[in-house]
Design a protein around this ligand. Structure first.
Ligand SMILES: NC(=O)c1ccc[n+]([C@@H]2O[C@H](COP(=O)([O-])OP(=O)(O)OC[C@H]3O[C@@H](n4cnc5c(N)ncnc54)[C@H](O)[C@@H]3O)[C@@H](O)[C@H]2O)c1
Length: 435
């Protein structure tokens, strides 16, 4: 397994759990040292136990030779971040391909787990052939796990997608998953590559769609939670990914939406829908600022508590997290920002104060913004929190709280697309609510 990040580590450990011998190679020495010492460098529920019970079958290394030695499958799970143009940056992938030794016995199969643009498999095939590695197979086996539930997702996948040039290589990769009960989609390499990008683009589209509905709700007096429930009960639509909020983030959706849009553009097709999905998401993050201004007027000198920094609960991943945009929009409006997160403790948010506890974050705050729906925040509207705040205002960016209960607990409350439950802005509402 090349890459010991969120995907490589989880996939490698889970393959070991299925009974395979796995060697994970990364290029970050501290990461490998930690793993060898039994420490898990990322926060992912259940991963530690899987690694622990498979110690015998799992090895961690910095060395190429150790990872390729006798390997039947050469999994690639390195990062594919966006370039400034929006295309996927494949240089980590090419480094792996170019570092494969010339002598590889048997018929090892390079298996692409990283999310890559359509056409990457063909390009890798050409590069392997040009290096004389014609006996090395190539298979696309995209990964659909979600951070926060990655182990469960690997063990209970909705499907396994395997695209190959050579049918036997594909069957061997399917065979690796023996023990998992699910549908297998066998296809060509290009289609497998596109399944991954299309799935993430579609999920992102659903989020932007329901966020637009929420914005309409704010204007017409409807409640997006009820609307989404009514829409999602239609069996043709289903209930998933219809939760309105302050937009999607993370290392996958933003990157994959851009990559697909860019891929289409490079091929001569303008993917207008994805352009809109992207723009809606960017605006959605900023709506928090407008909602705060609606209640507080100018944010200059106001103290705002940002509750949650990770892009979603149960992960410490802050890549493309909406919290980053919101934090810096608030700073540029002149607000003081104090943030709390139970596991994400970033060192790269200059100007943002990090608090140890929720109570520390909200102390003296003019508003608390729920940015990530951590379970710890479900009980936010307590008398203790209300007393600690300078103004008991909650902007619930994830519609986590019961609006009625929050208001009964003495808070001014505003969710996303829940105007029936919003509090009319009034600078003296604290006094009103208390009397
Ligand atoms: N994170 C997710 O939820 C998720 C889900 C599905 C697919 N993916 C895709 O999987 C890929 C990996 O994502 P991730 O979140 O695990 O990234 P990550 O950044 O967490 O991990 C990538 C790892 O690869 C290592 N690496 C870089 N060059 C290497 C090399 N030459 N040899 C060995 N290791 C090397 C890095 O040090 C890093 O630890 C991406 O293409 C991503 O789009 C991610």
């Amino acid at each position: 397994m090349f890459g010991g990040g969120y995907v490589g580590l989880v996939t490698g450990a889970c393959f070991a759990d299925l009974g395979h011998d796995v060697v994970i190679r990364d290029v970050v020495p501290e990461r490998i040292e930690q793993l060898r010492a039994g420490e898990i460098p990322i926060y992912e529920p259940g991963l530690e136990q899987v690694v622990e019970r498979n110690r015998e079958r799992l090895q961690f290394t910095l060395e190429i030779d150790e990872v390729v030695d006798d390997a039947e499958f050469l999994y690639i799970a390195v990062g594919t971040p966006p370039t400034p143009s929006g295309d996927a940056d494949l240089h980590y992938v090419w480094t792996v391909i170019d570092q494969l030794p010339q002598e590889l016995p048997g018929r090892p199969v390079v298996v692409m787990k990283s999310t890559v643009p359509v056409g990457t498999g063909e390009a890798v095939r050409r590069r392997l052939d040009a290096r004389g590695l014609t006996h090395v197979g190539y298979v696309s086996n995209p990964e659909f796990l979600a951070e926060g539930s990655a182990v469960r997702d690997f063990m209970n996948p909705d499907r396994i997608v395997v695209g190959s040039f050579d049918p036997d290589d594909g069957e061997r990769v399917v065979g690796l998953h023996r023990g998992l009960e699910t549908e297998v989609v066998r296809t060509d390499v290009q289609s497998a590559e596109l399944v991954k990008l299309a799935a993430n683009a579609f999920l992102s589209t659903r989020i932007s769609f329901i966020n637009e509905i929420a914005n309409v709700c704010d204007l017409v007096g409807a409640d997006v939670v009820d609307v989404a429930k009514g829409v999602g009960l239609d069996h043709r639509l289903g209930p998933h990914f219809l939760k309105a909020g302050i937009g999607f983030g993370g290392s996958c959706f933003p990157k994959d939406v851009t990559a697909l849009k860019q891929l289409a553009g490079n091929s001569g097709y303008q993917f207008m829908l994805l352009q809109a999905v992207w723009e809606v998401n960017e605006l959605q993050k900023r709506r928090v600022v407008q909602k705060l201004q609606k209640h507080l007027g100018s944010l200059h000198g106001k103290r705002i508590a940002l509750l949650g920094l990770a892009f979603k609960p149960n992960t410490d991943d802050m890549r493309e997290a909406p919290s980053r945009v919101i934090a810096y929009r608030l700073l540029s409006e002149g607000a003081e920002v104090r943030a709390w997160d139970p596991v994400a403790h970033p060192g790269d948010l200059p100007g943002i104060e990090l608090a140890e506890t929720v109570l520390d974050a909200v102390r003296g705050a003019d508003a608390a913004v729920i940015v990530t729906e951590w379970p710890e925040l479900a009980t936010l509207p307590t008398p203790e929190v209300r007393e600690a705040m300078a103004q008991p205002l909650i902007i619930d960016g994830r519609n986590l709280l019961d609006p009625v209960a929050a208001r009964e607990a003495g808070f001014a409350y505003e969710g996303i697309g829940r105007p029936r439950h919003a509090t009319t802005p009034n600078p003296s509402h604290r006094e009103e609510l208390r009397t």
